[in-house]
Write a protein that binds this ligand. Structure first.
Ligand code: SF4
Ligand code: SF4
Length: 365
């Protein structure tokens, strides 16, 4: 049977409209859920308010939680942010209000759960911050944003949050030098977590140099699917990319994206069935995607110092908080006479520094 991706139009964070879409989406994909133990996995990258579009919007979480409560479910919410605590990010993102008002249980993803897995990456053992098997259902709730290394961060990338923050840098160091290798890691982690459902928040998203310092965009849509590979693939098509991004390219190569149909919520069709091209007409991918992502690895190694885009700090914006030094997996950033200095020979171009800079002071050029 072909899979389904359901897409609906929604211009504002109106809880009732979001709920309406999700109820209809459940019917469309025949998703039944009663009295289950459910874990919500939003994108809690870093402590930012909802209008920055860095984290999944609180009204999205409210809508999903209310639906689950209608079905008498026991609802948990968790993620492992980049470097801050889960509680802090929940508070700043506005989701903590929903946690309190709806009695959700917060899971900080700080355990050490070892999973053996033979997937498509060369890695066979993964340490997760929470055991996905402890839940009947996991609902993956990404935010639609660009990502310097992967192009976009959508459903498959969102489950990388199961890696506890103290281990993320290690994985970047092991796999971050090669985008396809990193994509294979993301796919394996996603398949271990195996969410039952992915619902993407694309009402307000981010383009340009995301996932934290890009341009906030009113995209006005949401989408859901049982299968995040299909959902990601459908969104890449909507964006109108002439090529598949690393995760979808690799998933396609390994036949993880089967046949699927895209259904538009009939009460709010997305641009009259044209797959949202108008919505995404001037959607900008990160600067890193323009030239280098699909070069052969050997070429990239040889040319890296000349060709592959480098992170650079805008000293007028930098507040010298040193988060970038803390998160750099390669030890490529240091402080010299109160100025931050990159060692580009050590730098693996993972762009974690740009991703986590709270001031948006790092650009990739
Ligand atoms: S994380 Fe950003 S603001 Fe903080 S020191 Fe680095 S560049 Fe400056
Ligand atoms: S300097 Fe930035 S891009 Fe380079 S390795 Fe460190 S975190 Fe990654």
């Amino acid at each position: 049977m072909a899979g389904k991706v359901v897409i609906g139009r929604c211009k504002t964070y109106d809880t009732d409209k979001i709920k309406n879409f999700i109820y209809k989406g459940f019917e469309e994909i025949d998703f039944k859920i009663v009295k289950s133990k459910v874990l919500l996995k939003p994108n809690l990258l870093s402590a930012n308010p909802p209008d920055k579009a860095v984290t999944t919007h609180p009204e999205f979480i409210r809508a999903i939680s209310e639906i689950l409560m209608d079905y008498s479910c026991d609802v948990y919410i968790g993620d492992s942010p980049g470097f801050e605590s889960t509680g802090k990010v929940l508070l700043h993102s506005g989701i903590m209000d929903v946690v309190k008002s709806h009695g959700l249980k917060v899971i900080p993803f700080n355990q050490k759960v070892i999973k053996k897995w033979q997937g498509i990456s060369p890695y066979r053992e993964f340490t997760l911050g929470e055991n996905p098997d402890d839940y009947d259902i996991i609902i993956n709730i990404p935010k639609l944003k660009t990502h310097a290394m992967m192009g976009l961060t959508l459903g498959v990338k969102n489950t990388f949050g199961f890696i506890p923050s103290f281990d993320k840098a290690k994985w970047h160091l092991r796999a971050g030098r090669d985008r396809m290798l990193f994509a294979s890691l993301l796919i394996d982690i996603h398949n271990i977590v195996k969410p039952s459902l992915t619902i993407i928040d694309g009402i307000v998203g981010m383009d340009g140099d995301g996932p934290s310092g890009g341009r906030v965009r009113d995209l006005g849509f949401m989408a859901l699917s049982r299968n995040a590979f299909m959902l990601d693939h459908a969104i890449e098509k909507m964006v109108g990319l002439p090529y598949l991004l690393p995760v979808s390219a690799l998933a396609s190569q390994h036949r993880l994206i089967g046949d699927y149909e895209v259904t538009h919520d009939v009460s709010s069709p997305l641009m009259g069935g044209d797959r949202g091209r108008e919505t995404f007409s001037d959607f900008q991918l990160p600067a890193t995607m323009n030239t280098d992502w699909n070069l052969p690895q050997l070429v990239k190694r040889i040319l890296s110092s000349f060709f592959i885009k480098k992170p650079k700090i805008n000293s007028h914006i930098c507040k010298n908080c040193k988060v970038c030094i803390k998160v750099c997996p390669a030890g490529a950033l240091s402080e010299s006479q109160e100025t931050l200095v990159f060692d580009y020979k050590k730098c693996i171009r993972c762009y974690c520094c740009q991703e986590m800079c709270p001031e948006g002071a790092i650009r990739v050029v």
